[in-house]
Each structure stands twice: as structure tokens, then as C-alpha cells.
Design a protein around this ligand. Structure first.
Ligand code: CAO
Length: 250
């Protein structure tokens, strides 16, 4: 037998009501041409030069579970001393212990630049002589640079002389990036957002881990992939075992 729906008599279509006449939309937006000025003009010049460098990209993930706990413990202590302590001072401090890998240019000082999203756009001030500073000293310096950046007052002294750059794009969001080297430096690292993700521990048990991805770019004329990988491994190991910083880092 035919299906019941097919057997049901079809009702005649209802007469469609006429749509009321409406005026045609008129688009009044206008294109705007803005001249490039100041730091933006400098960014065009620097980044155009940067992309002449043969970039080598390398990514990894860092289990920052212990670092997250350590920072949570130290944050109120730093606050008590008038300093805001984020993760950046740890990332910066660990960076300075790799002179053996000659990753950065041949300057003796470790002046670690940080990409900063400021009221004037992207700026890269640097923390000078990180090799001589404690994590708290670096945090203090970072607080000072952030305050200057927020009020549009970063000057030439803070913006020049960097030897290596870290870009914490994860403070805004995202996981991986493809950072562009800031010449005359030879490498840069971009840090992703710390995320709670499932991972397996060494006993094969499922655990809740705090994971951060890192994306490195290096000048492949100077740094080969194996060097980059060894450098990244060492950086990761310190951040995964932050107690070792207390033993090793000056
Ligand atoms: N994952 C999760 N949380 C993060 C994080 C990350 N990767 N980075 C920072 N946070 C947290 C901080 O710990 C802090 O938390 P609390 O409020 O609990 O202390 C909060 O986010 C705000 O941190 P912050 O941004 O003030 O400080 P910071 O030292 O981590 O970063 C700076 C400083 C200057 C790097 C950052 O403000 C900034 O400008 N990031 C953008 C960089 C950028 O634009 N890169 C692209 C360059 S190429 O165009």
C-alpha cells in the first residue's frame, strides 16, 4: 500500500502576500587612505628587510605544569615587593643560559627583546644583561617597560641593542605562530597560550597538563636545524623542571 503521507490530499497553496516595497539600500562607506607614520613606517622597513632572511621554522610543546604552580606560589611574594610576576621573566631568564649554542649574534650581553603590543603598535623593547638579573629583577624591568609602552614613552635606549626576541602572542591567544626575525638578530621565539590538555605521564596514566607551544624561527644561513632543536630542548627542560633554574642559573 502507498505510504500514508502520499495518500493525504494536498491542500492548495495559499496565496503569497506581497512584500511591501522597500527602498534599495545605499552603501555610504568610504575608503580611507592613511599615511604610514612613526613606528608603523619603521615596521614596514624592518619587516621587509627581515623577509630576505631564509627563515627556518621549528615548533615544540612545553609542559609548564610545574612552572604554573611555581609562579602561583611566587606571584603574591612578588606582589608584596610591588612587582607583577608573569611567566615572561622565567622564559627570558632561561633564554640567557645558552651561550654555548651560539644561537644569538656574537654580542656578549644577553639583551632579550620582547614583542610588545602597545598604544603605538608593535614595539620590541629589550631587557638588558639578563645574565646578571634574577627572575624578580627581570619582572621589575618588564613592569617598567610595559608601563612605558602603555603610555607611549618607550625610548631609543630601551628599543635598541636587543640580541634575541621572544614574542608572547599567547598572552592574547593562539597556539602556534610563524615569527619573523628582527634583524640583525638571528632567531626569535613565539609563545602560545598555556592550555590545560590531556597528556600521558611516564607511567602511561592520563593526566591533566598545562601545555604551551613554542614556535622558533632562525636564520638558516647561521643556525641549522639540529642546533635549533638542541637549544629548544634545553630551554624546554628548564621550563619543565623550574627547580633546576635555582641550581644552574645566575
Ligand atoms: N598563556 C597563558 N596566560 C598568559 C600567557 C600565556 N602565554 N602570557 C601571559 N599570560 C597571563 C599572565 O600570566 C597574566 O596573568 P595574571 O593576570 O594571572 O598575572 C596575564 O596573562 C597578563 O599578562 P601580561 O600580558 O600583562 O604580561 P606578560 O609578561 O605575560 O606579557 C607582553 C607581556 C608585553 C609580552 C604582552 O603584554 C604583549 O604585549 N603580548 C603581545 C605580543 C605580540 O603582540 N606579539 C606579536 C608580535 S608580531 O606582530
Amino acid at each position: 500500500p502507498p505510504p500514508a503521507a502520499a495518500a493525504a490530499p494536498k491542500s492548495p497553496p495559499a496565496a503569497m502576500p506581497q512584500a511591501p516595497p522597500t527602498p534599495k539600500p545605499v552603501f555610504t562607506g568610504k575608503d580611507v587612505t592613511q599615511p604610514l607614520t612613526g613606528f608603523h613606517k619603521a615596521m614596514v622597513k624592518t619587516m621587509t628587510a627581515a623577509l630576505k632572511i631564509p627563515h627556518f621554522g621549528y615548533c615544540d610543546e612545553v609542559d609548564v605544569t610545574r612552572l604554573v604552580a611555581l609562579r602561583a606560589e611566587l606571584k603574591p611574594v612578588a606582589e608584596g615587593r610591588g612587582v607583577k610576576l608573569s611567566y615572561m621573566p622565567f622564559f627570558i631568564k632561561v633564554r640567557q643560559d645558552h651561550s654555548g649554542l651560539t644561537l644569538c649574534s656574537l654580542q656578549a650581553a644577553h639583551n632579550i627583546g620582547l614583542a610588545m603590543d602597545t598604544s603605538q603598535g608593535l614595539l620590541v623593547p629589550n631587557v638588558k644583561n639578563v645574565q646578571m638579573l634574577s627572575v624578580l629583577d627581570i619582572a621589575k624591568e618588564l613592569n617598567r617597560l610595559q608601563a612605558l609602552g602603555a603610555s607611549g614613552q618607550l625610548g631609543t635606549a630601551d628599543l635598541t641593542g636587543g640580541t634575541f626576541t621572544l614574542s608572547n602572542i599567547g598572552s592574547i591567544g593562539g597556539t602556534y605562530a610563524k615569527p619573523v626575525i628582527l634583524p640583525p638578530e638571528v632567531a626569535i621565539g613565539a609563545l602560545g597560550k598555556v592550555q590545560v590538555l590531556p597528556r600521558f605521564d611516564s607511567a602511561g596514566q592520563l593526566i591533566k597538563a598545562q601545555i604551551m607551544k613554542v614556535s622558533w624561527s632562525a636564520d638558516h644561513r647561521i643556525i641549522d636545524g639540529a642546533t635549533m632543536c638542541r637549544f629548544s630542548n634545553l630551554w624546554r627542560e628548564y621550563l619543565e623542571n623550574p627547580a633546576c633554574m635555582v641550581l644552574d642559573l645566575k
